[in-house]
Ligand binder design. Structure first.
Ligand code: MN
Length: 131
């Protein structure tokens, strides 16, 4: 079990509930935002161990929010996994090219999703020399 804090940025209530329930069942703590703007605020304030970023959001997109996270020295080191309904190969490539730490499709595959969450947090810890 892990008590790491994960920020979920997702505007669809059902998806948010599913992800929240899964993460909390695994012992993670969650922070939730239904817009990128709110997500950026929470990321800067709480410095979560991981951010799960929906791409299609009502205000600024997940892509733009990701750029802003990386542009700020406070949040630049937080790993971000894109979570999107898009199954287009082109979009997948765009996500990887943008520098996201990972990519998960909706509807999520539960085992693959949790493995990506665990693995990404572990890799990110390994890269931080202070830990
Ligand atoms: Mn969405």
């Amino acid at each position: 079990m892990s008590n790491k804090l994960i920020l979920v940025i997702e505007d669809n209530e059902k998806n948010m509930k599913l992800v929240r329930d899964l993460l909390q069942y695994e012992g993670y703590k969650t922070l939730e935002a239904d817009t990128a703007e709110e997500g950026l605020r929470l990321a800067g304030e709480y410095l979560p161990a991981l951010i799960l970023m929906d791409i299609g959001l009502p205000g600024i997109s997940g892509f733009e929010a990701f750029k802003r996270l990386r542009a700020s020295s406070v949040t630049a080191g937080i790993p971000v996994i894109a979570v999107t309904a898009s199954v287009m190969t082109q979009d997948h490539q765009k996500i990887i090219a943008a520098g996201f730490d990972g990519y998960q499709r909706k509807p999520i595959d539960i085992d693959e999703f949790l493995e990506a969450v665990r693995g990404t947090i572990e890799r990110s810890r390994g890269e931080r020399s202070t830990e």
